[in-house]
Design a binder for this molecule. Structure first.
Ligand code: ATP
Length: 528
């Protein structure tokens, strides 16, 4: 080892010792964990000359900046990462430190906080904070790289510091987690059927919808952009409403831009506004949604149809909160939150250059997938009941239940237009019901065909439709009569005005099991 290296090592060792000593002192004498974190970053700044430092804490699936040095409030607000996302997210997901020697040449580095400027050679080191074998956060620094910088040693030093502060940080983590869990539980309960008729009541008890409800509760109060994905009628607008209703921006503006409903030029004008430059222009400036919904939320419906120019501008807005009106020279700022929806395959669109990749990555960072109704059949009766209540009120009707054969029709149908189609079917059934029950024949004809073929395709032969509908109607009438007469075929035949022989033939031919209606038979579980 030459003298220069030996001297440098000695200096470095004493520097390390000094840093560790000062940090252990603030740990011992800490008054609050927040103060401790601020002090640790301050020490790192004083002793190591770091440019920026951050401590993130885990909140569910997100990592949120808890303490920082060298960053503004706005930059801190932007610093939210999902587990596995970017370098910080990777460190937390794999519990493994990472060194990025020069962030200018790193493709992984997100620079989400927008604090790094081009030109300087800056290294980024991030280490996990581990408590009881789980990652509870990260500690990271940015530092200028010179000839004497030894990033590996810096990394080891940071790992040691992360271990020293882990116990103290865990107190904050557990407090946060407890508070978040309570808040989330609160929001989830509100979102679930506490008030079935409220706009916030997302109906669904199956596992996939429970996941959706949890995700809504998790993201509602953050400022992150959200992408809601799903087929037509699965409830994307409904979920966007639920996110806003459960979040802090509820009292603020909530604007919608439907990308399919307008031309590309109009999309841009609506979103960003227009400046009338010429003094002779008769029209005044147009304020866009980003300005009018500042502090509120903008829902961009069918974002797959947003024009390429508007995509580019929206990306810029998501990166630093700034934008220009069309023809505008002044850079404007807004704090509107973006929620977008799509039923399109954005990944394919990115591949063939039809959707901006960076915009896709930003939006998809927190995406909620809504399941098709046919893949969550256990929710059908729940939704049907919800819609009966809704349409009873709207149309002043008194429908109380759905007959068992009608439920069978609902359960067997393939619902290509999902919840919207179910909602429409129940509305027309409620309207056409003559008493307090919805029978199979009150439901749209398409459902009868679905049952007869028991497939996901509608038959194209009208004759088959007709036969199926007649059989369904017969099955329904006979089942209802058997139910009323507790399985007594003679009384049921009399009730329907048909002979006992025809009754027996129909029961056999339609495959009805009359024993389930007998006196002591258990009531059908499908009744609602
Ligand atoms: N979970 C749910 N609970 C109650 N009602 C729902 C639910 N999901 C959807 N709906 C209702 O279903 C209808 C269709 O939902 P919505 O318009 O949100 O679908 P969408 O996915 O945005 O459709 P599209 O992509 O075709 O525009 C709405 O009337 C909505 O209120």
């Amino acid at each position: 080892m030459d003298t220069l290296t030996r001297n440098w090592r000695q200096n470095y060792n004493s520097l390390e010792m000094a840093v560790l000593h000062r940090i252990s002192m603030v740990v011992v004498h800490r008054t609050s964990v927040k103060k401790l974190l601020a002090d640790v970053l301050e020490i790192l700044n004083g002793e190591m000359g770091l440019l920026r430092g951050t401590v993130t804490l885990r909140q569910g699936d997100l990592l949120v900046i808890e303490a920082s040095h060298g960053m503004t409030e706005e930059e801190i607000k932007r610093g939210v990462y999902r587990m596995g996302e970017g370098v910080t997210g990777q460190v937390a997901a794999h519990a493994k430190s990472r060194i990025i020697p020069d962030i200018r040449s790193s493709t992984e580095f997100l620079n989400r906080t927008k604090t790094r400027v081009a030109g300087q050679k800056i290294a980024f080191i991030c280490v996990p904070i581990i408590y009881q074998e789980g990652v509870i956060g990260t500690l990271s620094i940015d530092r200028l790289v010179s000839e004497t910088t030894n990033l590996r040693r810096d990394n080891s030093l940071l790992e040691t510091i992360a271990n020293i502060i882990a116990d103290a940080v865990s107190v904050l983590f557990l407090q946060n987690r407890e508070r978040e869990q309570l808040l989330e539980e609160n929001r989830r309960l509100r979102l679930e059927l506490s008030d079935k008729n409220s706009r916030e009541g997302v109906i669904g008890k199956c596992n996939s919808m429970r996941r959706v409800i949890n995700m809504i509760a998790q993201v509602a109060s953050s400022d992150m952009p959200v992408l809601i994905r799903g087929e037509t009628g699965t409830g994307k607008k409904f979920v966007a409403n639920a996110i806003v209703s459960a979040g802090d921006r509820k009292p603020k503006a909530f604007a919608t831009l439907n990308c399919v409903a307008m031309s590309e030029a109009l999309q841009e004008a609506e979103l960003f506004g227009v400046e009338q430059n010429s003094p002779s222009a008769r029209m005044s400036n147009k304020i866009g949604l980003l300005e009018s919904a500042n502090e509120g939320t903008i829902f961009i419906d069918k974002i797959g149809d947003l024009s390429p120019d508007a995509q580019q501008k929206l990306l810029r807005y998501l990166q630093d909160g700034s934008f220009y009106r069309i023809n505008g020279k002044t850079r404007l700022k807004s704090n509107a939150r973006i929620i977008a929806s799509t039923g399109k395959n954005l990944e394919e669109m990115v591949k063939c250059g039809k959707f901006n990749e960076d915009l896709y990555l930003r939006l998809n960072a927190f995406s909620i997938h809504l399941p098709n109704l046919r893949d969550r059949r256990s929710d059908i009766t729940l939704l049907a009941e919800f819609f009966i209540n809704k349409f009873n009120k709207k149309h002043k009707k008194k429908v109380k239940r759905i007959s068992t054969p009608a439920i069978n029709l609902l359960m067997l149908y393939h619902w290509p237009a999902n919840v919207r189609e179910l909602e429409n079917a129940i509305e027309s059934a409620v309207l056409s019901a003559s008493d307090s029950v919805i029978y199979g024949y009150n439901l749209p004809a398409s459902l009868q065909t679905g049952q007869s073929t028991n497939t996901s395709k509608l038959s194209e032969e009208a004759e088959v439709d007709f036969t199926a509908m007649v059989r369904s109607f017969e099955r329904e009438l006979i089942s209802e009569a058997l139910k009323i007469h507790r399985g007594n075929a003679t009384a049921s035949a009399r009730h329907l005005g048909i002979s006992q022989r025809i009754m027996n033939y129909k029961i056999k031919n339609l495959g009805i099991d009359s024993s389930i209606y007998k006196k002591n038979a258990k009531p059908s579980r499908r009744k609602i």
